[in-house]
Design a protein around this ligand. Structure first.
Ligand code: C2E
Ligand code: CA
Ligand code: CA
Length: 551
């Protein structure tokens, strides 16, 4: 018995059109009525699913330059030259844009060879080129089109630009292919977890754009915070761990003030830039009062140059005590650079150090800090022979091949032991160029100095680095103390790192202990050293000397 397979033609058509992005249509050539799918009606602003004389209605939507080609193809079928229709042409969509479509169809004739039915598929080839292949999201041209369309229809909308913080670290740590995967995962997460009235686009590089009719900044903020929660955590893909926290800027557009696409994008970017230079991992809403970051940055750079040229005017070195964890006795200090300028007052090192690094001014300034720190250390050593002064060193300073010699001669001049100085390098820098690091570390160690890995736990693959580029001391970042009262993860992390480091002979310093309750929690953890406000804030090196060594 043959297989019975019967189905309802209408249902079949229904299922087909619902499963295709393309437009599938059928035309009854005896009545000249065409049946058209909903997406087609919508995209091309047509009136009904059933249209009489469709070829002529559609002709109106075809670009004038392409019409004769279209008519010729219809004629060829009518006069029997061919039963196939295959043509690319431009059609006007609902946004009043000419887009390329590809139309393929086939004509069926009745027993008398008269045209009976014509069915085909129209593909929006324009749309296919609007998708970003890395992320599968709509691309920046679509983003611009959509904004222009809303501007045209005078609608209210909000634009959000989102950027992955420190994305280049991901590319740097792994490779571009992995970076692309992170972009795809991030983009897909955004698209799948934001409400459907927020369309996500891939803009340039590690930037995403969102267009939405949601105008309420509280609601946008809430949505951002739900994303932030997800993206602040560490993720893993193909066995590789990474962090991709997101910074965002939002501009809520009001059609009462007419603006163009570029102006709108600039405002959203200005809000994003503000987030980026104010701690990242936040959302900022555009306001005309947002300070011009670029000019502040350029101004600060000028002022930093001026300070350096004036014999390091307005720079100072502060010292923050470090104590032994078991008896709270003074172990040494960390030298911390301070800088102020007349125009803006005291500037945080989190703002000016990156500028010094960007401009390479960190090379002379770093030498100056080292010199001051070694001098202060020499004073302290007179009262406390085992005093250890920790000095922060930027990665760029290590690239300067006179650096180790400079340390050597500075320490010799002040007649202290090399073991009185510790070089601190931030964790993320330990990965950058392992070969160079290994050889520079070797020369630093050969002199008898110790090396501390700063901000441990904040980077991408802390444990891996620990294994590859050994440090003498690991400084656990203060972020782990911040929530220690209610985070069992942070507690366990500190305990685990101490154990692990001790197993391989590395000492551990915990930063950021501010309160006695925090100290109570970490006391049993077998830490070696503690540095935090509880034992002293950073203070001018002279004041430090008086407070901690003369008493
Ligand atoms: P860092 O090396 O991690 O320095 C520790 C930072 O934590 C200091 O901030 C210090 O004031 C702060 N801190 C210490 N204990 C506590 C605490 O209990 N609670 C809180 N909330 N904070 C605490 P500071 O002085 O603002 O320095 C910021 C960063 O600037 C430093 O972080 C370091 O990365 C960089 N930096 C400072 N001086 C230099 C320098 O001379 N050279 C280089 N390359 N970088 C420097
Ligand atoms: Ca440090
Ligand atoms: Ca630190």
């Amino acid at each position: 018995m043959g297989i019975q397979f019967e189905y309802d033609k209408d249902k079949f058509y229904e299922a087909l059109i619902l499963s295709a992005e393309d437009y599938i249509y059928v035309c009854d050539l005896r009545t000249n009525i065409a049946r058209l799918p909903d997406n087609f009606i919508y995209d091309f602003n047509l009136t009904d699913n059933y249209i009489s004389n469709f070829s002529y209605v559609w002709l109106e939507k075809i670009h004038p330059d392409d019409r004769s080609m279209y008519l010729k193809s219809l004629e060829d079928m009518m006069i029997g030259v061919t039963d196939d229709h295959s043509l690319d042409y431009r059609a006007l969509n609902r946004n009043n844009e000419w887009i390329w479509v590809r139309c393929r169809g086939h004509l069926i004739r009745d027993d008398n060879n008269q045209p009976e039915l014509f069915a085909g598929i129209i593909t929006n080839i324009g749309r296919k080129n609007k998708v970003d292949i890395t992320t599968g999201l709509l691309n920046k041209f679509e983003f611009e089109n959509q904004i222009n369309y809303f501007l045209h229809t005078k609608e209210k909308f909000s634009v959000i630009v989102i950027n992955i913080d420190n994305f280049k670290n991901i590319n740097y740590l792994y490779d571009r292919e992995f970076g692309d995967s992170v972009l795809r995962i991030t983009g897909q997460y955004l698209q799948n977890n934001l409400p459907s009235e927020m369309e996500v686009y891939r803009l340039d590089g590690d930037e995403f754009g969102i267009i939405t009719k949601i105008m309420d900044n509280e609601l946008i903020k809430q949505l951002y915070y739900s994303l932030k929660k997800h993206f602040s955590a560490q993720h893993e893909y193909k066995g590789k761990k990474y962090h991709s926290p997101l910074s965002a800027g939002c501009y809520i557009y009001n059609p009462d003030i007419s603006e163009d696409y570029q102006t709108i994008l600039k405002k959203a970017h200005k809000a994003l830039d503000y987030t980026k230079s104010n701690g990242k991992n936040k959302i900022t809403f555009y306001e005309s009062t947002i300070p011009e970051n670029k000019t502040r940055e350029l101004e600060l750079l000028e002022l930093l140059h001026e300070s350096v040229d004036n014999d390091f005017l307005n720079f100072e070195v502060y010292c923050q005590p470090q104590v032994f964890a078991n008896n709270e006795k003074l172990k040494g200090a960390e030298a911390l650079l301070r800088w102020k300028c007349d125009k803006y007052g005291i500037i945080s090192p989190y703002e000016f150090i990156p500028l010094l690094e960007k401009s390479n001014l960190i090379i002379p300034v770093g030498k100056w800090v080292l010199k001051q720190a070694v001098k202060s250390c020499a004073k302290c050593v007179k009262y406390h022979p085992n005093f250890k002064m920790s000095v922060n060193v930027s990665y760029i300073q290590l690239l300067d091949n006179t650096f180790v010699d400079f340390i050597k001669s500075t320490i010799e001049e002040e007649k202290i032991s090399f073991s009185n100085i510790i070089i601190e390098l931030t964790e993320s820098r330990f990965v950058s160029d392992k070969e160079l690091l290994k050889s520079t570390f070797a020369s630093i160690r050969k002199l008898g100095m110790n090396i501390a890995m700063d901000d441990f736990g904040t980077g991408y693959s802390s444990l891996e680095i620990l294994k590859e580029v050994p440090a003498d001391i690991v400084k656990i970042d203060k972020a782990f103390v911040k929530n220690i009262m209610n985070s069992s993860f942070d507690k366990t992390f500190i305990k685990f790192i101490v154990e692990l480091c001790h197993d391989v002979g590395i000492k551990v310093c915990l930063e950021g202990v501010e309160r006695i309750e925090e100290l109570d929690i970490v006391s049993p953890m077998n830490l070696d050293f503690i540095q935090g406000y509880l034992f002293g804030k950073p203070q001018h090196s002279e004041v430090f000397f008086k407070n901690y060594l003369l008493n």
